[in-house]
Structures are given as structure tokens and as C-alpha cells.
Design a protein around this ligand. Structure first.
Ligand code: AMP
Length: 278
């Protein structure tokens, strides 16, 4: 596995790849865990080369404290990647990715009007900036993204099609801790009490499966957020039950076959997100 820490180093490693038409790409912000590694393994299984980027993208953070405290563990990340089938690690500097300010505004098809969109203004445009920049550099045939960030995958699929990128987006299932908590780099920032409380998010949202027949989608969201909030460590920002294709909140259960529940919950100052299919 080759570790590259600049655009120039990456270009050198890239030029030595034998089959450039079959590159699998896994973009990450580092602090890697089994969720990321599952994407790397999927790529290694399908593609002749796997490139993993590690870049904490400033343009997708709408909260300065979140950006500053985001965990950075490059050495441990590389050790993990070397065992997981990655061929090239690309860990560029901010200047490599943004030699000048990126002022591009993307058409996200309105998929950013719900969920994380209104709560994190500019977040998905920042994601589109970094992902397109990385796609232009890595030129993958396949790119792997986790359904942990359900809205992100939907938006990336949208602009990849809109901009005619010649690549396939592969969504991968959410990897969870044994207690159900969705694995996340931010989990390391939780206090022991918060870490103990956090699995309550997943166990509670799973109850939507039983409540579905008995209450409206809105009522279910209200019941579940009250149950999450009954834990003093947790504070629900939103729970929405949506059409998994349009991402619009639904008002009737029979509106779509593809029903998804997604939520954001604070264990302050850490913000955790999760989602399940219903
Ligand atoms: P991040 O480093 O948080 O930007 O995540 C990089 C990629 O890993 C994204 O496509 C995430 O959706 C994915 N990912 C993060 N956590 C998980 C998880 N628990 N299960 C599956 N994929 C994940």
C-alpha cells in the first residue's frame, strides 16, 4: 500500500497503476472504523485497485467546533487500511484540494431540502465540492459510500448523474456496534455516560416497525423523539419518516414502498445521525 500526502505524490502513484479503468474509490475523513473498512473491502472485492482518501473537508462543516475537534488519526488509519485491501491512500492538504476558494454551487435536485439540509446550511454543497474534486483527481470507475449517511448517498447519486460522471455509486449497509449504535468517528468524542446512552437511539427508532400500523408517521416521530429525550444524555434534533427516493417526509404510510426513518440526536456537543428502512 502506498501512502501519498500531496497531489504530486498521488499523481506519481496514480501513473504507476496498471489498470486505471477499474479504480474503486472510498472517500473518508479518517478516524477509520469498521464502517469505513467495510467499504474498502467491498471495493477491493470488485475493483483491481482501491484508493482511499483521508481528508477532513472544511467546506462541509457548518460548525467550527465540530471541524476543530474532528478526530485525526492518520497513522492508525493507514495501519488499518494496509490490512484491508487498500492500494493507495490519498491524504492531501487543504491547499491541494482547494488551491483557491471553491465558489461552485451545485444543483442537488432539492434533495437537500429535508433532513440534514436545512439543519446544516451549506453542508451538502460542501460535500459536492469535495467529492467532485476528488473524483476529478482519482477518476474512479466505482465509488463506495455508506448508507449511514443516507441523504449524502442520494445527493451524490443525483449530481453524479446530473453532471454525467462516468462512474457507479455503490451504497453500502450501515455497520453497527454490538449494542446497535451506528459506528461513527464521532463516537470517540462521547463521554462514558453518553456512550452508554447512545445505543438508545437505535433501539428506539427500531420501535417504529411496530408502531407503524397503529399511528400516523408524524405521531410515530413524536412518540420516538419523546422516548429518546427521556434519556438525560440525549436530545433529539429531528426524526423524520420519509420517502427513501424523494427524501420528502410522508404523511401516509401507503405513500411509498420505500419508507425510511432518519434522525439526528445530540449527545452535546456531539451530534449523532442514524437511519433505518421501515
Ligand atoms: P466519513 O469519514 O464519516 O466521511 O465517512 C466516510 C464514508 O464511510 C461515508 O461514505 C460514510 O457513509 C461511511 N460510513 C461511516 N460510518 C459508517 C458505518 N457505520 N457504516 C457504513 N458506512 C459508514
Amino acid at each position: 500500500m502506498i501512502i501519498t500526502r500531496s497531489l504530486a505524490e498521488f499523481a506519481q502513484a496514480y501513473s504507476n497503476l496498471e489498470n486505471k479503468s477499474d479504480i474503486g474509490f472510498v472517500p473518508t475523513m479518517g478516524a477509520l472504523h469498521e464502517g469505513h473498512i467495510s467499504l474498502v473491502k467491498e471495493s477491493a472485492k470488485r475493483c483491481s485497485h482501491t484508493v482511499v482518501s483521508i481528508f477532513v473537508n472544511p467546506t462541509q462543516f457548518n460548525n467550527k467546533q465540530d471541524l476543530e475537534t474532528y478526530p485525526r488519526t492518520l497513522e492508525a488509519d493507514c495501519e488499518l487500511l494496509a490490512k484491508s485491501g487498500a492500494d493507495v491512500v490519498f491524504a492531501p492538504s487543504v491547499e491541494d484540494i482547494y488551491p483557491q476558494e471553491d465558489t461552485r454551487v451545485f444543483n442537488l435536485g432539492g434533495l437537500d431540502n429535508y433532513g440534514e439540509g436545512p439543519r446544516r446550511p451549506g453542508h451538502f454543497n460542501g460535500v459536492a465540492q469535495v467529492v467532485t474534486r476528488l473524483f476529478d483527481i482519482v477518476k474512479p470507475a466505482f465509488a463506495f459510500f455508506g448508507e449511514k449517511d443516507y441523504q449524502q448517498v442520494a445527493i451524490i447519486k443525483y449530481f453524479v448523474k446530473d453532471l454525467n460522471y462516468p462512474l457507479t455509486i455503490v451504497p453500502c449497509a450501515i455497520i453497527r456496534e454490538e449494542d446497535g449504535l451506528a459506528k461513527s468517528s464521532r463516537n470517540t468524542l462521547l463521554t462514558p455516560a453518553q456512550r452508554q446512552a447512545a445505543p438508545h437511539i437505535y433501539s428506539t427508532i427500531c420501535k417504529a416497525k411496530e408502531l407503524k400500523g397503529k399511528h400516523s408517521p408524524q405521531e410515530v416521530c413524536k412518540i420516538l423523539s419523546e422516548q429518546i429525550n427521556s434519556n438525560p444524555e440525549l436530545e433529539t434534533e429531528y426524526i423524520e419518516i420519509i420517502d427513501g427516493d424523494t427524501l420528502r417526509p410522508i404523511t401516509e404510510w401507503n405513500q411509498t414502498e420505500n419508507i425510511r426513518l432518519w434522525c439526528a440526536v445530540y449527545a452535546r456537543p456531539v451530534r449523532l445521525i442514524d437511519n433505518i428502512g421501515l
